[in-house]
Design a protein around this ligand. Structure first.
Ligand SMILES: [Zn+2]
Length: 297
């Protein structure tokens, strides 16, 4: 595992700004000096947010997520942007130095004019990997708008990677959804998953895989795959804002999620054959030597 928290140029600029601020006020008391020293010693807090659409507030059916250009999809994207804005604001108010938000939904879901300030937003395909730029310099990962793994009875829009062929994955004998897959990539760089948002089932799954210190914020409760008890946006956004602040406070308690290599992997999926498109279940088994190649299996 590589060590994280490198210095950076932006940190140097921030340090200089802080220094100027305190010198300008004449270092009026010892408290200010102590505060300055401790801040200058701290590494910048950099948060990487990977988003998905299925776990956003107000999203509960595939018409909202599958077809690019569908009117319901366009409003669903706006719902996601509202959730992102609440989390970004919470992180900013918790004095996070840098925030990168990445569009992780297959058909892409960002609405640029709704970007909350204080972060950069990465979208578009093809691009170099699911999580471009993620490395050991990040302090924590947030999985925002996530969904539960395929087969979760109360998981709203639950799936793992591909929803139509009903893909399922096992690593070292443990069935894993997208939450664990993404966390394992981040874990390779020593970056812990500090927060997960989605439905109640997603939050339960996050706690199972990442432990109790990973902050979870449910924005709905699933009744079936395409039915949910939705929580009002005013309430979910407030909870997301507060959750982000709590997640920053709890970073030090979170541990990276890692998979031991070589990974014993199994994948199950459906193929549809013949004029009636009858489904047949296929099982693939093998080993994965490098966690960064997880998505190639
Ligand atoms: Zn997904």
């Amino acid at each position: 595992m590589k060590n994280k928290k490198n210095g950076s140029r932006s940190m140097g600029v921030r340090r200089t700004m802080r220094r100027r601020f305190f010198l300008g006020h004449g270092l009026c008391c010892l408290m200010a000096l102590t505060c300055f020293t401790s801040q200058a010693a701290a590494a910048p807090v950099r948060i990487y947010i990977l988003t998905d659409l299925e776990g956003a507030s107000g999203v509960y059916k595939f018409d909202q997520t599958r077809e690019p250009g569908h009117p319901l999809g366009e409003t669903a994207k706006e719902y996601l942007m509202g959730d992102i804005a609440a989390v970004v604001k919470g992180l900013r108010d918790a004095h996070v130095d840098e925030i990168v938000v990445v569009d992780g939904h297959g058909s892409q879901a960002f609405v640029p004019h709704l970007m909350a300030p204080g972060a950069v937003y990465i979208t578009g395909k093809p691009r170099p990997g699911l999580m471009p730029g993620l490395d050991a310099s990040f302090t924590g990962l947030i999985q925002l708008g996530a969904h539960a793994m395929m087969g979760t009875p109360d998981g709203v829009l639950c799936h793992t990677q591909s929803s139509r062929p009903e893909n399922r994955y096992w690593y070292n004998g443990v069935e894993s959804g997208e939450l664990a897959q993404v966390a394992a990539i981040a874990g390779h760089y020593g970056v812990p998953t500090i927060m997960a948002t989605g439905d109640e089932a997603t939050c339960r799954e996050a706690t199972t895989f990442f432990g109790p210190h990973c902050v979870t914020v449910p924005v709905k409760r699933g009744l079936a795959r395409e039915a949910a008890a939705l929580y009002p946006f005013e309430e979910t956004r407030q909870a997301l804002y507060e959750g982000a602040r709590r997640a920053v406070a709890a970073i030090k308690l979170c541990r990276p999620y890692t998979l031991a290599v070589p990974i014993q992997a199994r994948k199950e999926y459906l193929v549809f054959e013949g004029p009636e498109k009858k489904s047949r279940r296929i099982t693939k088994e093998g080993t994965i030597d490098d966690v960064l190649k997880l998505f190639e299996f």
